[in-house]
Design a binder for this molecule. Structure first.
Ligand code: HEC
Ligand code: HEC
Ligand code: HEC
Length: 445
């Protein structure tokens, strides 16, 4: 045998062994099907606890198609790897998870493996759910299993090769899945640890607020909560780089998470509105305070004086900027936005009347969030009392849009003009057809 052939053989052998080893590693056994448990076989306290865990975890949001049956799946998530469609998690034995034992459900939540042994895509945030306690996983299982079975099959996820090879997710998990229940930090008190448990576990805040790497995994360390992108929305940094003009406090974070609004933080929209509407406005107040406490350990706690000074500086600058009507941007703003976004001298008009120079929208690196607000309006506020905003996509030309947004950015917020505005306008106008999150967060109930 020639040397070359010998080496080729060895390499081929190694590859075969490698693939074999990987397949063995990736392989998971199916867990035997069970007869669907009776809805009333679960303790009612456990079911109620499960309702709250499901709220914190936004399970319904992600498992309901736009206008579809709750928990019956069909919600489409656009990822860089293709569209991933959520599944039916009602207790229907054929279309849902009716035949899943608690063990099978727990394995899915902790390891991202379905009952039949196939790997689930990490668009399902099991990388966070793995941090949940056994008790919370049991509770959410009890809650889901005592809901009506819905015989609905959403379209199946069909990613292009090689992403349709689910076994590859095992390799991804090896790199990025940090399995195991959240371990309390003994240096911190119970409230802080409760907040950390919720943020890292059920509430999976970093799934949207941390940037992701090329393989779609959340970056950690100094990138934790450093701001991320989700379905065309930017989820702002929740650390010392938080963009808004007025620095954050624990109390302001609590108000924002509970009610979807504070003047200094702005109103919560886009992918954040449903997190509040179905999550932080529903779960116990003490849990929301705990989350705010934990997040504040990243944003920092501004002194009342620092808050006051920053607010005054922003208000003064805006008052100066709105004095004249000498640019197109100023005129369009006065004509189309002021009626709702500046407090009327005679008192309350309607909605949140959010001053646009406060909150984070004008202070982000990219204009996309602002463009989406103007083009799409606000159809699904975190709470109906915050008001609705009409879409302006058919009324403003690209040139008008550009003058308006640059005026808001440079004059009202005193920031350097946004670059790449033409591309951004094109991008956001094109993406309009699929505002996936907006479509489902419409109610506050
Ligand atoms: C960010 C969106 C998102 C959230 C939030 C979410 N899921 Fe999912 N979930 C998915 C997607 C997408 C899939 C399908 C993944 C796949 O096909 O590989 C899925 C799959 C599952 C499965 C496997 C079902 C099956 O038939 O294979 C279970 C169980 C599940 N989710 C439970 C939950 C629970 C419980 C919660 C709340 C605590 C939750 N999910 C929250 C997106 C989500
Ligand atoms: C008919 C009233 C109305 C008009 C006109 C209007 N808005 Fe709004 N806008 C609202 C309401 C109400 C909200 C808050 C809804 C919510 O967030 O729940 C809002 C929210 C916003 C937000 C999000 C604020 C934040 O803190 O994140 C931005 C940005 C915005 N509007 C910009 C504009 C601009 C620019 C114009 C002019 C082109 C405009 N709006 C015209 C009612 C209006
Ligand atoms: C599904 C994605 C998603 C999840 C999950 C999510 N957020 Fe957000 N969040 C966003 C987006 C998008 C915005 C911007 C909303 C806007 O501008 O109206 C936002 C805004 C915020 C803001 C306001 C920041 C600012 O500077 O304007 C805070 C605070 C916040 N989120 C906290 C949280 C916390 C705490 C959690 C977990 C309980 C969480 N978010 C979970 C997407 C998400």
């Amino acid at each position: 045998m020639s040397r070359l052939r010998k080496y080729t053989l060895i390499v081929v052998l190694l590859i075969v062994l490698g693939i074999g080893g990987f397949v063995a590693y990736a392989w998971r056994a199916a867990i035997a099907p069970i007869a669907p448990p009776q809805a009333d076989s679960f303790d009612t306290t456990l079911v109620e606890q499960g309702r709250l865990v499901a709220a914190a975890g936004n399970c319904m949001e992600c498992h309901t198609a736009s206008g579809g049956t709750p928990y019956a799946g069909g919600h489409v998530m656009k990822t860089p790897f293709g569209e991933i469609i959520s599944t039916n998690i009602t207790p229907d034995p054929e279309h849902g998870i009716g035949q899943w034992s608690l063990a099978a459900f727990t394995r899915a939540m902790r390891e991202g493996v379905a009952r039949d042994g196939s790997h689930l895509y990490p668009a399902f945030p099991y990388t966070a759910f793995t941090k949940m306690s056994d008790e919370d996983i049991h509770a959410v299982y009890a809650y889901l299993m005592s809901r009506p079975a819905e015989p609905v099959s959403p379209p199946e996820t069909d990613l292009p090769f090689p992403f349709n090879q689910r076994a590859l997710v095992a390799g991804w998990n090896l790199l990025f899945l940090d399995k195991g229940v959240y371990q309390p930090d003994p240096a911190q008190d119970a409230e802080w640890n409760r907040g950390a448990y919720l943020v890292h576990g059920a509430a999976h805040c970093m799934a949207c607020h941390s940037p992701r790497n090329a393989l779609g995994a959340e970056k950690d360390g100094k990138h934790f909560l450093a701001g991320g992108d989700v379905d065309g929305w930017h989820a702002p940094a929740l650390n010392a780089d938080a963009p808004a003009a007025v620095p954050s406090t624990q109390e302001a974070l609590f108000q924002y998470l509970r009610h979807g609004h504070t003047a200094d933080q702005g109103t919560a929209n886009g992918s954040m509105a449903p997190v509040i509407a179905h999550g932080t406005s529903v779960i116990p107040e003490s849990d929301v305070r705990a989350i705010a406490r934990y997040i504040a350990s990243y944003t920092g706690e501004a002194s009342p004086q620092a808050v006051e000074d920053a607010r005054k500086a922003a208000n003064d600058r805006a008052a100066e900027a709105t004095r004249g009507l000498d640019t197109d941007g100023a005129r369009i703003y006065a004509m189309t936005c002021v009626a709702c976004h500046e407090a009327a001298p005679q008192g309350e008009r309607f909605g949140a009347q959010q001053p646009l120079w406060l909150g984070s929208t004008l202070y982000l690196d990219k204009p996309d969030n602002l463009l989406r607000f103007v083009l799409e309006g606000v159809q699904a506020p975190a709470d109906p009392s915050l008001g609705f905003m009409p879409p302006f996509k058919d009324y403003l030309s690209d040139a008008q849009l550009k003058s308006l947004t640059q005026y808001l950015r440079t004059e009202l917020a005193g920031q350097p003009a946004w670059e790449g505005m033409d591309e951004a306008i094109e991008r956001v106008r094109k993406g309009e057809a699929n505002p996936m999150w907006l479509a489902t967060g419409a109610s506050n109930t």
